[in-house]
Design a protein around this ligand. Structure first.
Ligand code: S3P
Length: 182
């Protein structure tokens, strides 16, 4: 599998709470890749938490750091990268994502709501009605996530191990399609 990918990075995209970090760790170990969480790198670069960046500098400043981090990560090889849920918004980010294989973890909104109901680390959910906000954000972004090379539909009962294995199984089919387009 590792040979098949030839070191090409795998980018996990999808909504907050879709399991990019958990699945990403497992996927990286199955592929013999290293794992990287772009939100963690952003916090290291900024020397602040994501909440602090949003509160002190605003979302636009956060998005700028996010693009810079993505651009730098995309120059490495053999990485599984868990991206932030909003990475799909800026067109420039797609030029970095397309250096690798893009996998959309598509979890039902009810699952996201349940997973994030106690969360305090997502500034976009600091709203009176976070469930409604999640619905709205997903509707705004669904068409963008759908641009991924691989669409993994997640069921509430799927384990992270099952999801990682599903990705590994499906990678060869996408590589074939990508190869045919080139
Ligand atoms: C965001 C998702 C977060 C983080 C930031 C903004 C978004 O990442 O980048 O809070 O716009 O959906 P996760 O998807 O890892 O939670």
């Amino acid at each position: 599998m590792n040979d098949l990918l030839e070191g090409v990075n795998v980018f996990l995209i999808g909504m907050m709470g879709s399991g990019k970090t958990t699945v990403g760790h497992l996927l990286a170990s199955q592929l013999g890749y290293r794992f990287c969480d772009s939100d963690v790198v952003i916090e290291q670069v900024a020397g602040k938490t994501i909440n602090e960046i949003f509160a002190e500098s605003g979302e636009a400043a956060f998005r700028q750091i996010e693009s810079q981090v993505l651009s730098e990560l995309s120059s490495y090889t053999k990485l599984v990268i868990a991206t932030g849920g909003g990475v799909v918004i800026k067109p420039i980010n797609w030029s970095y994502l397309h250096h690798g294989l893009i996998v959309w973890l598509d979890a039902p909104v009810e699952v996201l709501i349940e997973r994030l109901k106690e969360d305090t680390t997502r500034p976009l959910l600091k709203q009176a009605d976070p469930a409604q906000t999640l619905h709205q954000i997903l509707e705004q972004r669904r068409g963008l996530y759908a641009e991924a090379d691989l669409h993994i539909r997640i069921d509430a009962k799927d384990t992270p191990e099952q999801i990682a294995s599903q990705i590994v199984t499906q990678i060869p089919t996408v590589l074939k399609e990508k190869g045919a387009q080139e």
